[in-house]
Design a protein around this ligand. Structure first.
Ligand SMILES: C[S@@+](CC[C@H](N)C(=O)[O-])C[C@H]1O[C@@H](n2cnc3c(N)ncnc32)[C@H](O)[C@@H]1O
Length: 331
């Protein structure tokens, strides 16, 4: 359960309020249109989020999930650099600002925040929602087109969340290069699909070539040990379903799992985890099977049994995406 004053809880309330005045049929029609668009050909040459109904639908339907995915990625990064807090943040292709909320959830407090997007209605709604979050009071919501002439002002942290998918390859490269030139730390999140993972790997390679080190999810900055085309590295974040989700998708499940791929890379002296759990752990009687990506640049399944004492207890609590071993049982 979220702390009622946390950004996560405040965002949920702000999104519920947003839908109050809108006719449900209009919102579900806009959601249906968006889902169809996102299944269609991307990238696009004009903003997909065209008007207030589009952005309200996007915000209500997708923001809780993109917020949770980015929050998971940022939390994994924060664990590699526990004493660091970003003093400034730029969210590129920030839309209605899910990543800005996730940054304030991860590192509470105010900082210089800039959100860049080419869709003015998204920026307007993002600004309106952000009024409920004191840490975003000073945020600047600015129109910008991602392309080869994109320039970014120096900043501690750049986030790029669910944006690469909407860009042609040269623009993806230009965005990653601009982020690498401006930021100490770059966190990129994409859908947890084979194509999303592929875009993450390309961005990761580009960041490493620019002198960044990978802090999470990978335990190292060498090549990904997954043989191309055989699998894809992704994680899962649990998202509480809103009444809108139930309306659009039917059924009564209280949550759904958002699958995402990500990379967090930095010029700072981060300490990546020795290994990361890359699949949902399998609990058996007296043992836990963990699929790990390890510092030794390999994937390996390990079996932790009762004989391992505290480590076994930790393995039973371990979740897909966690660092392994956890900090307090590393000895
Ligand atoms: C799927 S939304 C993600 C929004 C937000 N980052 C999030 O995680 O919820 C993609 C965003 O990228 C923006 N975008 C796509 N292509 C762009 C471009 N060429 N220049 C600027 N923004 C762009 C869209 O307007 C939209 O807000």
């Amino acid at each position: 359960m979220n702390d009622p004053a946390s950004p996560a809880a405040t965002l949920r309330t702000a999104l519920a309020d947003l839908l109050h005045g809108l006719p449900p049929t209009e919102v579900t029609a806009a959601v249906d249109r968006l889902i169809a668009t996102y299944r269609g050909d991307t990238p696009t040459h004009a903003p997909i989020l065209r008007d207030r109904a589009d952005v309200a639908a996007y915000a209500a339907y997708r923001m809780p999930a993109t917020f949770e995915a980015v929050h998971s990625a940022l939390t994994a990064f924060a664990d590699t650099l526990p004493d660091w807090t970003p003093g400034s943040h730029t969210d590129v292709g920030g839309g209605t600002g899910a990543a800005t909320w996730a940054v304030t959830e991860t590192w509470p407090g105010e900082r210089g925040v800039t959100v860049l997007d080419w869709a003015e209605p998204a920026l307007a709604l993002g600004r309106q929602l952000a009024a409920a979050n004191p840490a975003l009071a000073g945020a600047r919501w600015q129109r910008a087109r991602i392309g080869e002439d994109l320039t970014l002002a120096a900043t501690d942290l750049v986030t790029v969340s669910y944006v690469l998918n909407e860009l042609a390859e040269p623009d993806r490269a230009a965005l990653v290069d601009a982020a690498a030139g401006a930021a100490q730390t770059v966190v990129i999140v994409e859908a947890g699909t084979p194509a999303g993972y592929q875009r993450i790997i390309e961005a990761r390679d580009r960041l490493v070539r620019a002198g960044f080190r990978v802090a999470a999810p990978c335990p190292h900055s060498a090549a990904c040990p997954i043989a191309p085309g055989t699998d894809w590295c992704h994680f899962s974040a649990r998202v509480g379903r809103s009444s809108l989700h139930r309306q659009v998708k039917g059924g009564s499940l209280a949550y759904e799992d958002e699958k995402f791929s990500y990379v967090a890379a930095t010029r700072l002296p981060a300490e990546p985890a020795p290994a990361r759990v890359v699949r949902r752990p399998q609990l058996r009687k007296g043992q836990v099977l963990l699929d790990l990506c390890e510092r030794e640049e390999r994937l390996r399944r390990t079996t932790v049994t009762k004989r391992h004492g505290d480590l076994y207890k930790a393995a039973r609590d371990a979740d897909w995406g966690d660092a392994w071993p956890p900090h307090d049982s590393a000895s």
